[in-house]
Design a protein around this ligand. Sequence first.
Ligand code: NAP
Length: 250
Amino acid sequence: MDKRLLILGGTGEAVALAREAVARPGLHVITSLAGRTRSPTQIAGEIRSGGFGGADGLADYLRDAHIDLVIDATHPFAAVISRNAAEACTAVGLPRVHLIRPEWTRQDGDNWIEVEDIDAAAAALPEAGRCAFLTVGRNELARFAGVKDSWFLVRVIDPPDEPFPLANCHVIEGRPPFTEPDESTLMTAHAIDVVVSKNAGGAATYAKIATARALQLPVVMVRRPAPPDGPVVASVTEAVAWLDAARDRA
Ligand code: NAP
């Protein structure tokens, strides 16, 4: 009987992993999305969408859906679902691996102001800059509402369907990957003097960091939350190798 793989998704790596996994014999592949993006990228295999209801709800799902293997390929800042996945897999006794792409590291010419969390990023403004390219994700915007004397350029994947929590902002739509020439044009046109970013890692959104370096702009860089304990791989290739080994044991 086919082994059933659950990929916790919402990233480019999860999409690539589903494509690889579906092509392997003897696997039924389900990708889970939080359901926040209105028109998610096409994904190979079965898709399910929406929260599970915490770690207990996820454990119930794993049992009910007869899942054999779990790969957590969520975003490095999606700390809650990763913690829940670790807890639920332990409770159910399932093998799990966490695919975490390497973080960005400081290069010569970078002017990073590294901070522990989003609130600390907001506190770094307006001193770090008054025209901020705010690229921390829609869910975190309200945390910048108290920042005075700053203007924000905000990029979102889907058009906003409710008023933004920031008074002085301009909202644009865009879906990664982004290129350096485009980021440079955008940041220059809006007279951006600081970039606020999570240390997401990966190539798809790195252009803003490279552009900030080229334009000699500071970057308020939010450090990653610590992942839960357990096995970690750093690439889709490594995740597939884990899958091949774990499938034979499951
Ligand atoms: P989070 O704070 O870790 O999770 C909040 C809740 O959302 C979870 O408790 C879970 O609800 C639900 N959830 C999250 N990811 C899910 C998934 N793949 N499938 C089903 N339910 C999920 O997550 P987040 O930071 O809001 O991120 C949400 C999604 O966006 C993730 O899939 C992540 O990969 C993607 N994403 C996040 C970021 C980021 O910066 N955080 C950036 C790009 C993409 P229940 O407790 O009800 O199960």
